[in-house]
Each structure stands twice: as C-alpha cells, then as structure tokens.
Design a protein. Structure first.
Length: 264
C-alpha cells in the first residue's frame, strides 16, 4: 500500500524582535556553466576592471557568468567557502552579520560596481558575514582561480582591489563608531545623508534614494529596534524631513537632517 508523502515544512525560530527567522542552509554561490558568458563590455562597466587591458577583460569575461538574485535571496552565507568572486552589476546587496539572539546588524550596502566578500575570496577563508539582495540584482561571478590568474597578470587590478579593501576597512570602522557612540536619531540622519550621497538622484522634492528598505532593515542598519525606527520615521514624515515611498525614500530637508546628524 502506497503512503502519501509528507511535505516537510521549513523550520523557524522566534527572535527577540518577534520576527520569524528561517534557518538558512549554507550553500555556495550558484555558478551555472550552462549560462552564456557575458560580453567584455559588461566587465568593463565595473570600476575595478576598467584599467585592466582589454585582452585580460576578454579572458575574464569568458570565465565569468552573470547571476540574477531576487529580493531576499542570499548571494552567500556566513561560513560559506569563497569559491567565487562576485561584483554587483545592477541592483543593491546588503552585507550583514546575524547575532546569537537572531538579530541582524547590517554592515554595508553595496551598489552597482562594488565587490562582495573580497577579503574572504582573497584569503581563502569562509565568509565572515552574509550577503542578500535588497531588490532584483545582477552580479558578475568569477571563479576564484580565474580571478587569481588575472591578479597575477594585472598590477592595476591589484591596486584597485587593495584600494577597495582599504576603503571598506575605513567604512567598517566608521560604522562601529556610529553604532556605539551617538544618539539613535543622529544615526538615522547620518545613514540617510550617506545613502543620499552614495545612491541619491534628483527628485522634485529633494534627493531620491532608490532603496526599498524595510523598517526592520533600517533598524538593523542603525543598531536599534524596529519600534524605535517606526517612531523616528513617522515623526520625520509628519515634519516633512523625509518621505517614504514604495520604492525608496525622498530626503526633503537635507539641512535639518545635517543638524540632526551632528547631534545638535
């Protein structure tokens, strides 16, 4: 007699902030050999490869693949083996660390042209944090061995990589200072001013930041609770400092946000 096969449901654990966090199975970045290689023009769009000779870019493109990640899909997980070098072509990715209590701390937001997990790839160590798409995002994936061969042949790429790593270290140091040394409202103001400088574009009412960040993600970026985030964002909306839209935020009063960022 045949028995009906039971479908196994995903396991969840409750966290202190009353959200249900799925237990994620570790996996490597997908690398599909059946996907056509990108053109050298796609590689040339990434700043880190722009000074690389055209023939080297062509070889790199031949060994690469473009992978698309939907919102909420993991590019890599903390503890994964770094077999693939990844760079964002289009979209945005958050780099975050999950704490023992189930809460996330977002360390960095990466946009087009930025590389992901380069330290782990360079050192051959497991990823120290996780990366997740904030929206539909395309990444260039290069096998680690092919990337190292290009490093040996292109000093300009080595310089670009070292420069990127140095900037990332400075940013992480600043993030630690922001999360531990200022008032919550100041942290929010500095966050939005930084996002405006990094990703903003002109808008009739100010500067538009095309990042559909949830209230929980904003709380994770500023090291606070979702309840505090909701209060701050609601008050700023009423005071017309910042407007939340479906696909991002509008910085209406940068001067007032600047005052808040300074803690005045």
């Amino acid at each position: 007699m045949l028995m009906a096969r039971r479908t196994q449901k995903p396991t969840y654990r409750a966290t202190r902030c009353v959200r249900m966090t799925p237990i994620i199975t570790r996996r490597r970045i997908p690398y599909d050999d059946g996907v056509p290689a990108p053109s050298p023009d796609v590689v040339a769009r990434l700043p880190i490869f722009q000074r690389v000779p055209a023939e080297d870019r062509a070889r790199l493109a031949a060994a690469s693949r473009v992978q698309t990640f939907e919102r909420g899909e993991g590019v890599f997980q903390e503890g994964d083996a770094p077999t693939t070098f990844a760079a964002v072509i289009e979209g945005h990715v958050k780099i975050f660390k999950r704490l023992a209590n189930g809460r996330d701390i977002i360390l960095h937001l990466c946009g087009a042209g930025q590389i992901l997990g380069s330290v782990a790839v360079f050192e051959g160590r497991p990823y120290p944090a996780s990366a997740e798409a904030l929206e539909r995002t395309s990444c260039l994936l290069v096998p680690r061995q092919a990337f190292f061969q290009l490093l040996e042949q292109s000093p300009s790429l080595v310089r670009g990589l070292l420069s990127g790593l140095s900037l990332r270290l400075i940013e992480l140091t600043d993030r630690l200072t922001e999360l531990t040394g200022s008032q919550v409202e100041s942290r929010f103001a500095r966050l939005f001013l930084k996002l405006g400088d990094q990703f903003g574009r002109p808008h009739p009412e100010g500067i538009f930041v095309p990042l559909a960040l949830s209230r929980q993600e904003l709380a994770d970026l500023t090291g606070t609770t979702i309840e505090t985030c909701i209060r701050v964002m609601s008050r700023w909306g009423r005071e017309h400092l910042l407007i939340t839209e479906r696909d991002g935020f509008v910085l209406v009063n940068r001067a007032a946000l600047g005052v808040l960022a300074d803690g005045s």
